[in-house]
Design a protein around this ligand. Structure first.
Ligand code: ZN
Length: 113
């Protein structure tokens, strides 16, 4: 088994696990309750025990692709890409009016685009 993801938010681990399942990859969540425990003592050193997602070594490459897609979706959720610009308008060469992109002829003089 190999760890592919860790987050203090169990919901993110759950989400990723669901995506992995959809991709046909079996995964385990470890430290599932780490977020509520917060600290574990490892060899005398206190560490934050964040929930972790683990998969079989043989699934590692495939799983990392799912993780990358997942991370991108998390980032996009934080920084949504701006709305695409409105459809391009065009200018009638005949009368100079601005015409909506959906129209193929000028609304004013009926000249074709
Ligand atoms: Zn026109």
């Amino acid at each position: 088994m190999i760890k592919i993801f860790s987050s203090p938010y169990i919901a993110e681990c759950d989400q990723l696990r669901m995506l992995l399942e959809l991709a046909g990859i079996r995964s385990d969540i470890r430290n599932e309750f780490g977020h509520s425990i917060g600290l574990v003592i490892t060899g005398g050193v206190a560490e934050f025990a964040a929930p972790e997602v683990w998969v079989d070594d043989s699934d590692h490459a495939d799983a990392m692709q799912v993780v990358q897609t997942f991370m991108r979706s998390l980032r996009d959720a934080l920084n949504p890409t701006p709305e695409p610009p409105a459809r391009d308008e065009w200018h009638c060469t005949h009368c100079g009016e601005t015409v909506d992109a959906a129209l193929h002829t000028c609304w004013n003089c009926d000249a074709p685009r």
